[in-house]
Design a protein around this ligand. Structure first.
Ligand SMILES: NC(=O)c1ccc[n+]([C@@H]2O[C@H](COP(=O)([O-])OP(=O)(O)OC[C@H]3O[C@@H](n4cnc5c(N)ncnc54)[C@H](OP(=O)(O)O)[C@@H]3O)[C@@H](O)[C@H]2O)c1
Length: 334
């Protein structure tokens, strides 16, 4: 296999290389690619060193797959050119997620959407969109509930790690932790010892783009535009993962023990829920791990058929790199 990683010098791209090496792609041909600024730089991969190539060089190599984490404008510019060259693109940016014919995939839930799209394509090469990090962990946690009971409404509050904003945000927090002023601010305010109800850009209706992604992407992945969803995204000075308080209204009543069994049996999900023993998910537990952690599972007595849960996952792993590599793994097997 020949695999291009576009954005290989970034937070997600570096994790992609780690995940590829961990998951058995260490002996495959890996093309590390980034912006012109980084061409010629060296990056460690498995037990060798890769030299960063330009995106044009990566396209010319006609890889089997290109996994992108280089931002939306690079994806819009280069992903179609890879597809023309016969390469299937798995894209981490927001560029393609809302395009109806582009599959938006969490492999445990809807890999079939990608398989069907490849079958219908003229040259067996397509663009597949990786959902937003906060969406991936939430939909995976509740996927069995959607299947068994149907979901009527979701109320989501997120507590999102600064790693979700890329390397610039990590540098900002580290500088502020040392009492220094960062060279470049990723956020409009100090994030150390602070938080803000602001992720992405504000839309005219007062919601942010990160909040809107949770609405649009959840409906698309579950193929159910009738699910009612409202979200508040909060950025917190945390590394290691995003946390989410999720209130779920199901379409019919449920048995809490059955819900517990369903969540515990969902591949990729770890039920970690024993409040009496202070057992609940936290970002320090999810850091560098692939599981989506679920805890604080309890009935919502204020509304029939509803419950609360707390969902935590490493946004760089299952929220980005791992999900993308898992999509590729599944496609390789078909
Ligand atoms: N962080 C997360 O939790 C997360 C989760 C899901 C999705 N994503 C998405 O993944 C993408 C990258 O995020 P990140 O956190 O890894 O950001 P980052 O740390 O800022 O890295 C950005 C990467 O993109 C490359 N790049 C920028 N412009 C490019 C261009 N014109 N052509 C080729 N490469 C270019 C950069 O290369 P240079 O080093 O040469 O500048 C770098 O490798 C974004 O679209 C983001 O929305 C991030």
């Amino acid at each position: 296999m020949r695999i291009a990683v576009v954005g290989a010098t970034g937070l997600v791209g570096r994790e992609m290389l780690t995940v590829l090496a961990e998951r058995g792609f260490g002996n495959d041909e890996i093309i590390a690619s980034a912006s012109e600024r980084s061409v010629g730089k060296e990056i460690a991969f498995a037990n060798r060193t890769l030299t960063v190539q330009s995106v044009n060089q990566a396209i010319a190599a006609r890889p089997d797959y290109a996994i992108f984490s280089a931002g939306a404008s690079a994806s819009r510019e280069y992903a179609p050119r890879f597809v023309e060259a016969g390469t299937t693109v798995i894209d981490n940016s927001s560029a393609w997620r809302k395009v109806p014919e582009i599959p938006l995939v969490v492999p445990e839930i809807n890999i079939d959407a990608a398989v069907q799209a490849i079958k219908q394509s003229s040259n067996q090469a397509i663009i597949i969109a990786n959902p937003n990090c906060s969406t991936i962990q939430m939909v995976l946690a509740i996927s069995a509930l959607e299947r068994e009971y149907g979901i009527r409404r979701l109320v989501i509050s997120t507590y999102q790690s600064i790693t979700g904003t890329g390397i610039k945000a990590v540098r900002q927090l580290e500088a502020e932790e040392h009492g220094e002023h960062p060279d470049e601010m990723a956020y409009p305010y100090e994030i150390h010892r602070n938080l803000f109800p602001h992720g992405g850009d504000f839309q005219p209706d007062g919601y942010t783009t990160e909040e809107q992604k949770l609405v649009d992407e959840t409906r698309k992945i579950f193929s159910d535009p009738s699910i009612q969803i409202t979200a508040t995204v909060v950025r917190v000075p945390v590394v290691g993962g995003h946390s989410e308080a999720v209130n779920v209204e199901l379409r019919r009543d449920y048995d809490l023990d059955e819900v517990r069994r369903l969540i515990a049996a969902t591949p990729g999900v770890k039920l970690y829920d024993d409040p009496g023993q202070n057992i609940y998910p936290m970002p320090i537990l999810s850091h560098h791990r692939d599981e989506v952690w679920v805890g604080r599972l309890r009935r919502d007595y204020s509304l029939p058929n509803s419950l609360n849960l707390w969902v935590v996952a490493d946004n760089i792993r299952k929220g980005a790199a791992t999900n993308a590599v898992q999509i590729m793994e599944r496609l390789v097997k078909f």
